[in-house]
Write a protein that binds this ligand. Sequence first.
Ligand SMILES: [Fe+2]
Length: 516
Amino acid sequence: MVIPEKLKELMSSGYQLTPETFSFLMQETDRDEIIDKILKVKPEELILDLDTIKKIIKTDISKAGLGDIKQKKQAGVIEKKVVEKKIVQKRPPSAIPRERKNKIDTELEIINTPAMEIDRISVDKFHEYFVSRFKQISKIFEGRRDIKNIVNTRYLKSIDSRDQVSVIASVFAKNERSNGIFSFELEDLEGKIEAILVKKPQAIIQKAIHVLEDSILCFTGQWRRGLLYISDIFWPDIPYNKPVHYSEQDVFALFISDMHIGSRHFLRNVFMKSIKFLNADLNSSKFNKIGEQIKYLFVAGDIVDGVGVYPNQDADLVLKNIKVQYLQASEYFEKINSDIEIIIIPGNHDAARAAEPQSPIRKEFAEELYEIDNIHLLGSPAYIKAHNVEVLMSHGNSIIDINAAIRDIPHESAVPAMVEMLRNRHLVPIYGQRTPIMPDYIDQLVINRIPDIFHVGHTHLCEDSTYRNVTLISSGTFQSQTEYQKSMNINPNPGETYIINLKNLQRTAIDFKNIN
Ligand SMILES: [Fe+2]
């Protein structure tokens, strides 16, 4: 499908299109004029549905004066700005930053994070993107002693032998037949082959169940009559003996996410308790003692609830303007001791490119957050070193896709999917499901550095584990159960998360609902 240049311009300007909007604009003869109008009007919603587009089409933006304002109001693009202005004027003077009794020096390094923008999408870029993914992950397999006779698909097609061979390939398609037989279409840079797994021990079948489409794996077997008969499957994975980095002194980090400020389900009082904890200002001397030693706050996305993220979201919002949501977020964050370093990445509800890798939250929507000196607004994924400990942060958008693709992973869980990401060495292994990918010449979603701590949000479930020396943290939320979650039988963990002592990576669960 050829995407017209004008439509690409709209898509690369930061707006996401619903499928209906996309097909409407593909077919519309006045497409260029309509897109010019959208770009001029700059609607607040980041996801453009058909209703918003139709309102904009009806708007006459060429006329100046009151008529213009009236028509823009009809299009729903002016009213919000007026509301926002009123609130900005009411904003109280900034809180005076506090300092802790025993100051801890900052040792923070931003190792890698996606840039604000990636250039326009093109078919070429998708090709380059997948080649980059293939090359990076193939390299991880290099030097593996447990894999023998690695060949490519072109060579394979030229032989017919009972020798065991191994092929590193992208899983183009996977099919599980009812009788426990799996068939795969595998692709490398030289071509495509078919592979089959028949009547194998349970351990191999278990591996086949965990194969994700689009992941880069190594398949071992015999090549006979144009088919690879699989005897084993290998993941790029991470080594068992990964060295762990520690801080030299006792210094703590708090991991949170998914506040959803602006939602009527945002739990203000519970979130305020986390701020009191960071300021060592609780009634509990036990918690204040830890609070005094906290130096880092990691925030894995969904700071605000956003606007137009899902149909009829308006009914769930108390703040219907995303700028006002960020203004309120900044008022909470500026209450936190000024010598705590706050690292914030975006989630799918934030004002950032929805496709992975996500850009940092856009400054034009969250100016007040950018004004707070101890806040570091990064993209997702982000690799950070704090007091010698390496942390990988990602919102975790693809957890839902992974849970849906592997039948023995519980749907309501975060940690099993995090393990799959590490095994696949990729944060969004599956392409074309619910997690959009923005192609770039280098695939930044490959996990090229093995972290000491891997932190995600998104599911609103508080879970932790350790996988091959990597500490896994899925922080809970500060939003109570929404109607949607109720209908889907999703039970979030509001107020629940973990603190970690960076000196020994010991983690402690904390529930802000239950402390004072
Ligand atoms: Fe969320």
